[in-house]
Design a protein around this ligand. Structure first.
Ligand SMILES: [Zn+2]
Length: 237
């Protein structure tokens, strides 16, 4: 249950039971305000997939834990993995674009930009329906022209365990769990089996610490941040 829902529920209870306190007169119809400690939020994000042998088990683990994530897909990995993309959408995950060939979005012509971003967007829309598919540029790099063409917010990250470096599950888990704080966007790569396993251990550890997992879009919505096209977002708190 998210913070808003908790707050709404408590407000409703307050109206029914006459909270906030015994002996506190509450005039009929008056708004009741209660301060509620909302749980810290984090967004888990995965780049470079989909890959059936790793993304599939990861989706199974996330489903079991009822945890949503955000997947930034490489377009040329979608053919042959269509079912994974449909499953992401059906199970409440956010889907975004990570270019077609995993290229730097710097110095590209408009035509090449459209081949990398527009083509991937069209492939995703074909499988997951028309929607607003946000962009994560490979290596976090984009020039001003690419920013002006992207048509949506640019999602970077605030916690990066560099999981591609050594694929060491214990190190990746410890790095993220020690660093994570409210509003973080965590970067992992579902291309690697060890990263997928580390991700589920990270989920378990942060759930035990009271964190709530949301998609990047939900994180911005919860924090009242209106996404702007061409603007880069790293941490939302
Ligand atoms: Zn990447």
């Amino acid at each position: 249950m998210n913070g808003k829902k908790i707050c709404a529920l408590l407000c409703l209870l307050a109206l029914i039971t006459g909270l906030p306190g015994e002996g506190t007169p509450v005039p009929a119809g008056a708004p009741v305000e209660i301060e509620v400690n909302t749980p810290p939020l984090v967004a888990l994000t995965f780049d470079d997939g989909p890959r059936s042998s790793t993304t599939g088990p990861l989706l199974d683990g996330l489903e079991l834990r009822e945890v949503p994530a955000t997947f930034f897909l490489v377009g040329n990995r979608i053919p042959g993995n269509e079912e994974l993309v449909r499953r992401m959408a059906a199970e409440g995950h956010q889907i975004g674009i990570h270019t077609y060939d995993h290229v730097e979005l710097k110095g590209l012509s408009r035509r090449d930009f459209d081949l990398q971003v527009g083509k991937t967007r069209a492939l995703i829309a074909e499988l997951a329906g028309e929607g607003n598919y946000w962009l994560r540029p490979p290596y976090g790099l984009m020039d001003e022209r690419a920013k002006s063409w992207c048509g949506g917010p640019v999602i970077l990250w605030s916690v990066d365990p560099e999981d591609w470096k050594d694929n060491n599950i214990d190190r990746i888990v410890a790095c993220v769990v020690e660093q994570a704080s409210d509003g973080d966007i965590i970067l992992l790569h579902d291309l690697f089996p060890n990263s997928a396993q580390a991700a589920l251990r990270i989920v378990d550890a942060l759930l035990a610490k009271g964190y709530c997992f949301v998609t990047v879009e939900q994180l911005m919505e919860e924090r009242g941040v209106v996404p702007e096209a061409g603007v880069r977002y790293r941490k939302i708190n």
